[in-house]
Design a protein around this ligand. Structure first.
Ligand code: ASN
Length: 634
């Protein structure tokens, strides 16, 4: 990826690379290609998108009174990052000096009990906005930034004003389709430039979560809780406890330890790549029913170009049935093709057709919005209406269906939970005991099923609430094991049921790296179809690829190619695989790399290119290959 100065992240960090060893058999060759590089540190890379909000505001000179918040404006460009660099809890200067280049734009968190050092880059938006001034265009800007940088970062943190934070996080949850990485949206009630700021703690915890836990959702972090983004609402304009998620329990508690409740994490199912959806509809309204509501207000709210309206009704989804005028307007709009969705005004409410006053809306074709928040229902409708590939009926179905965890599902009963059942048999019933048992038992049971190619057991374990991404003590997930063994059927099953392709084990390897190392090309294809990529394993990629090229291990190179790796990736000296293959006269490898479009003019740090190597070493056979490829091209 390109850093702010145009170099790749690894150029910026100027890594200390692993040492070369010597090699021999196919399996050995593959193993050696990979084991030479041992990371000295575990790092994760996070992109921070700083959009504005109180977290980075300063007081205007004229309004420096504690009661008057209206004097707050965004600090001047670049001031936020400058300030952050001064806090030892947000930037470890010593580590940065030892590991990164002097002018590196990257920051790094100090060591924490969690596995990874979090290296992060702050991208400041222009202009910085109070979130009250944000809307669809800004959601799209954030989403596009995530899409453009998706393969180069392990996770994303969005710094945002609190006022419309729940709208943005809800919108993003729909726009980011098949999301496999953690996105945390956070902000503050007091600026980091002020005293007693809550922004530093929120920011730090967000970075730690995004850099250490694979929660493939758009989440909101505030105070000491991590919530599902599309279930969150702002509940206070002045307390640090500013957000709540009334219908969906937190995904994590942030205390001395960070407790993630994996059973609550929503996972995208199916073998599909991450994609960002833009062009949301702006023709959506939000109408709150209230006593004595004027029918003209309702009629006006339903007129073209309006395509969809969320109506916030009383209690369990009720409207006054003695107001035939209102019902008539709503019915006419439904018949004209407007999508109308019924949600409750109660923060902890669920629309049901238990009363006559609620049934009447369903009878005229109003969609039941279950227990969605206003923010989720509104942004979901903007998203659903943008889906030109869906017909009217599908759009209606989608509005009534849970697609990103925005509607809370009925809780599965505990007796369906395998680990809870075992815990009960063992007399270990406290929450802590069950959690501890889960940590050991799940990876063990899942690996046993995978090792014995037992898909039926895998199905049963999933049905019994086992987390298919549960890591063992080495941080290796069931997908790592399945990709090492190469059973396509098992890999497919795991992916279809939401196994995460981006998780790295304690050796910094993704399941894709395992599949490449073991030459399981069919598995590699499947992983790539599901969005796996080699980019966040950049060090390992460049070292393994160079080693394979230098030794003429064409099979390894072919596996990397299937995995979508850039075969022109240079090593730490700037030499590309083609350079090294030429230098070591591996004609077959050279031929393959040239056919894949690798460049003959890409120079190393001394300004020498593969073409120079061929000339200087008088490699006639390779010269002939180059000529024949050039002739074929012309
Ligand atoms: N007005 C601010 C905003 O939403 C409020 C905040 O961030 N606390 O940008």
């Amino acid at each position: 990826m390109n850093g702010q100065n145009g170099q790749s992240l690894d150029d910026d960090l100027d890594r200390i690379h692993g040492k070369y060893l010597t090699v021999n058999s196919t399996e050995q060759i593959r193993r050696r290609s990979f084991s030479r590089y041992t990371p000295n540190v575990h790092e994760s890379r996070i992109l921070v998108l700083y959009t504005g909000g109180t977290i980075g505001m300063v007081e205007t000179e004229s309004k420096k009174s504690p009661e008057n918040k209206s004097g707050q404006i965004p600090a001047e460009p670049g001031a936020f990052e400058k300030e952050i660099r001064q806090y030892r809890d947000l930037h470890d200067e010593k580590y940065a000096n030892e590991h990164f280049r002097k002018d590196s734009p990257y920051l790094v968190l100090p060591e924490s009990p969690e596995k990874n050092r979090v290296v992060y880059l702050i991208k400041e938006f222009e202009p910085l906005l109070d979130s009250s001034n944000m809307g669809v265009d800004d959601w799209e800007k954030i989403a596009k930034n995530i899409e453009e940088n998706y393969q180069n970062y392990d996770g994303f943190v969005i710094l945002h004003g609190t006022d419309t934070l729940a709208y943005t996080s809800s919108a993003l949850s729909f726009m980011l389709e098949n999301l496999g990485k953690t996105v945390v949206v956070t902000g503050a009630q007091i600026s980091i430039f002020g005293s007693r700021s809550d922004g530093r703690a929120n920011f730090m915890a967000s970075l730690i979560i995004a850099g250490n836990f694979h929660i493939p959702e758009v989440t909101v972090l505030f105070q000491d809780k991590l919530f599902r983004g599309n279930c969150t609402c702002k509940i206070s304009s002045n307390k640090f406890h500013a957000f709540e998620s009334p219908r969906c329990a937190p995904l994590a508690d942030i205390g001395i330890a960070i407790d993630v409740f994996w059973g609550r994490v929503f996972r995208p199912f199916g073998i599909k790549k991450f994609k960002c959806r833009i062009n949301l509809s702006k023709n959506v309204g939000l109408l709150r029913i209230h006593p004595n509501i004027d029918v003209n207000v309702v009629r006006a709210s339903l007129q073209p170009p309006i395509q969809g309206v969320i109506i916030e009704t009383y209690g369990a989804g009720n409207i006054p049935t003695n107001r035939k005028d209102l019902i008539k307007e709503l019915k006419a709009a439904v018949e004209a093709g407007v999508l109308i969705v019924n949600i409750s005004q109660c923060p902890d409410g669920n629309v049901e057709t238990i009363y006559e006053t609620g049934q009447v809306l369903s009878d005229i074709g109003v969609i039941l919005g279950s227990d969605m928040t206003s923010e989720a229902a509104y942004t979901k409708l903007c998203y659903v209406l943008s889906k030109d590939e869906w017909d009217h009926e599908t759009k209606k179905e989608m509005m009534a269906k849970n697609i990103r965890g925005e509607m809370t599902q009925k809780k599965k009963t505990d007796d369906l939970d395998m680990v809870v059942t075992v815990a009960q048999r063992l007399g270990r019933t406290s929450k802590k005991e069950v959690e501890e048992l889960k940590l050991w038992l799940e990876p063990f049971l899942l690996s046993t099923a995978i090792l014995t190619n037992d898909v039926n057991s895998l199905v049963k374990l999933r049905e019994a609430n086992c987390n298919l991404s549960a890591p063992n003590l080495d941080g290796r997930t069931p997908l790592h094991l399945a990709c090492t063994l190469g059973n396509v059927e098992i890999v497919r099953y795991l992916l279809e049921y939401g196994a995460n392709v981006h998780i790295k084990d304690n050796f910094n390897r993704t399941a894709l790296m395992d599949a490449i190392q073991h030459g399981h090309n069919e598995v590699i294809k499947l992983l790539v179809e599901c969005g796996a990529h080699v980019n966040t394993n950049a060090d390992m990629l460049s070292e393994s690829l160079s080693f394979a090229a230098a030794n003429g291990y064409l099979d390894v190179i072919k596996s990397f190619e299937i995995a979508g790796a850039d075969l022109d990736t240079p090593d730490s000296t700037g030499r590309t695989p083609l350079y090294l293959a030429c230098l070591n006269s591996h004609t077959e490898t050279v031929q393959y790399l040239l056919k894949c479009g690798c460049r003959l003019d890409k120079t190393d740090k001394l300004g020498v290119s593969p073409r120079d190597v061929v000339e200087k070493m008088e490699l006639f056979e390779i010269k002939k290959i180059i000529q024949s490829i050039l002739i074929n091209k012309n």
